[in-house]
Write a protein that binds this ligand. Structure first.
Ligand code: HEM
Ligand SMILES: N[C@@H](CC(=O)c1ccccc1NC=O)C(=O)O
Length: 278
């Protein structure tokens, strides 16, 4: 008889013939059946799992951002939204750490299967684009790559009909400070660009945190989120340079040059600019 500890003797349930098990609840069979390498290269599984896990975390980011936006636009207690935004920043940090795993793949490893990727690219990640749109970085021209998937294209188009997370934050800022903003600050189908009145209003908040505590806390949550997002962009471009140098991307962009340009994106520009004035 085995000497190994048998938890069933302490009551662990061992039979799941007619009860929901771990694998049932998480749909593990379906999940683990989703990897379809296009080559025999050893590292392709790493590449697939890295992307699939990123997409799963992005799904949660969208879930949290959508809920946070709802809370902020309801105009009541902001605290549940703060918790969600803090979680989003932590998710980005999680994604930032994940680059350490992918970085173990050298250019020699990657070239063994890069051809098999064809023209597919993260550039075509609809969830990534949705995150950008929800946050307020609405570059509409990037929707075109989703035209062959009408339901995804519609999802992005629907998002453009909703005020962004930054729009609803600005609504709350305007209500609290009494400063009104020009209508172009609320354009639905363009990336947000810095506005002097908005900066003035955020500056009022930072000059008097006690009076505007909710807005002050919201601002810092947004800055934190953007801080971690920027690190993600930076880790991405550095990994890309490390693995493919200055080759053109499979998605057809200039590659590293394109991604460096994306480093200039400012999601909440006024929150960064006001700091020089304090
Ligand atoms: C060795 C690994 C990687 C390489 C060489 C790489 C390369 C690139 C390149 C060259 C682009 C520019 C578009 C193009 O022309 O293809 C791009 C875009 C993109 N990649 Fe990656 N990538 C890598 C890993 C990842 C990972 C792990 C993710 C996570 C989901 C990711 C997500 C994205 C996204 C979302 C974009 C679009 C960025 C934007 O439009 O701002 N990439 N990547
Ligand atoms: N754009 C990459 C390929 C790539 O990284 C990729 C390919 C398919 C699915 C996701 C990808 N990740 C990020 O772009 C390249 O040019 O090598």
């Amino acid at each position: 008889m085995s000497k190994a500890y048998d938890p069933s003797r302490d009551g662990a349930k061992m039979s799941y013939a007619s009860d929901m098990s771990y694998g049932d609840y998480l749909h593990m069979d379906e999940l683990l059946a989703t990897h379809h390498p296009q080559s025999d290269a050893h590292d392709e599984l790493l590449f697939i799992i890295q992307h699939q896990t990123s997409e799963l975390w992005m799904r949660l980011v969208l879930h949290e951002l959508g809920a946070a936006r709802k809370v902020l636009s309801a105009g009541g207690d902001f605290r549940p939204a703060f918790k969600m935004l803090a979680r989003v920043a932590r998710i980005f940090d999680q994604l930032n750490s994940a680059w350490d795993v992918l970085r173990t793949m050298t250019p020699s490893d990657y070239t063994t299967f890069r051809n098999a990727l064809g023209n597919s690219s993260g550039f075509q990640s609809h969830q990534y684009r949705l995150i950008e749109y929800v946050l307020g970085n609405r570059n509409v021209s990037l929707m075109k790559v989703h035209e062959h998937r009408p339901e995804l294209h519609a999802m992005l188009a629907d998002e453009l009909q909703r005020p962004s997370l930054y729009h609803v934050s600005l609504g709350a800022l305007s209500a609290a400070t009494g400063v009104s903003f020009p209508s172009q600050a609320f354009r639905m189908d363009n990336p947000h660009s810095a506005d002097a009145d908005i900066q003035r209003a955020w500056k009022m908040v930072y000059e008097n945190p006690a009076r505007f505590w909710d807005l002050y806390e919201l601002a810092e949550k947004l800055v934190d989120l953007e801080d971690y997002f920027r690190r993600w962009r930076f880790n991405h471009v550095t990994t890309v340079e490390r693995v493919i140098g200055f080759k053109r991307g499979t998605g057809g962009t200039s590659g590293v040059q394109y991604l460096r340009r994306m480093l200039e994106v400012e999601l909440f520009p006024e929150l960064w600019h006001l700091r020089t004035e304090l």
